[in-house]
Design a protein around this ligand. Sequence first.
Ligand SMILES: Nc1nc2c(ncn2[C@@H]2O[C@H](COP(=O)(O)OP(=O)(O)OP(=O)(O)O)[C@@H](O)[C@H]2O)c(=O)[nH]1
Ligand SMILES: [Mg+2]
Length: 300
Amino acid sequence: MTRAGYVTLLGQANAGKSTLMNAMLGQALSIVTARPQTTWRRVTGLLSRGGAQFIFLDTPGLLEPRDLLQRSLLAQALEALREADVLVVVLDPVERGRPELRERIREAVQKSAAPVVLVLNKMDAATEEAMEREEAWARDVLKARVHRVSALTGEGVAELLDTLEALLPQGPFLYPADDVATDPVRFFVAERVRETVMERYRDEIPYSVFAQVEEYREDGRKTYIQVTLYVERASQKGILIGNKGEAIRALGREAREKIEHFLGEEVYLDLWVKVLPGWRRKKAHLRRLGFSVPEDDVTP
Ligand SMILES: Nc1nc2c(ncn2[C@@H]2O[C@H](COP(=O)(O)OP(=O)(O)OP(=O)(O)O)[C@@H](O)[C@H]2O)c(=O)[nH]1
Ligand SMILES: [Mg+2]
């Protein structure tokens, strides 16, 4: 008898959800940066080992939304919560986060019918005192079982997987055993460009740029990939391009190396920048960029 099911990773921004999913998959699928709010969509990662198939759902960090994009992020995280067969709540003992977010986590756990596993991440960096404080909160408030891990070093990840496997529902595999992802390669390519932007720029730029693959041609010697970076304002376009295009060339080189590493082949990366005024706040723009906007949202 095999087991298969959805394992949703939920938690505040920067807790290490994407790093943890990648560690469990043994592959850098979701992008990771030192900045909060790196993940902007739910990312599915598949792990099949022996008689078990884990369908991990990496989600945007829980937040108190301040614009339409953030409302879309929160809605996606909550939707993934509803699909969970097993819920993994990832906590960051180093940066505890605002009390409202703890409240959101508590609500999510209470609403979920799925078994809950609480992960205290960053055990390589957190003090024993901080770990114990979080463990007490988990025990008293969430009444969940607790695992200490470091998604960064891999410590505790194997034991966590064993716990999760035992909680998966019995049933047939839902995807072919050697699949790792359900999203198209184009998505992961665009994400690598966005990851590079988030790492190289500061202030508002990391949060104002969305990357989308517009063309992907495999007919030449090298795969040709055209990615458009959508920005909110003309001034941001100038910053991205830089003096005589120097900045965007450097960005392109770094992003291309990441893409080549991910795909295992050489590519030609062509970056364009377009202004989509105030896209984070406009329903039509967000839809065009592939974000789902909550139906009940009345903002134009
Ligand atoms: N020291 C340490 N750092 C970690 C660990 N796990 C993740 N990080 C770091 O924490 C930061 C955020 O990691 P992410 O995986 O992007 O966090 P996330 O929860 O997916 O964040 P959002 O997508 O913004 O919600 C990165 O700088 C990671 O390298 C860990 O176990 N130990
Ligand atoms: Mg993430």
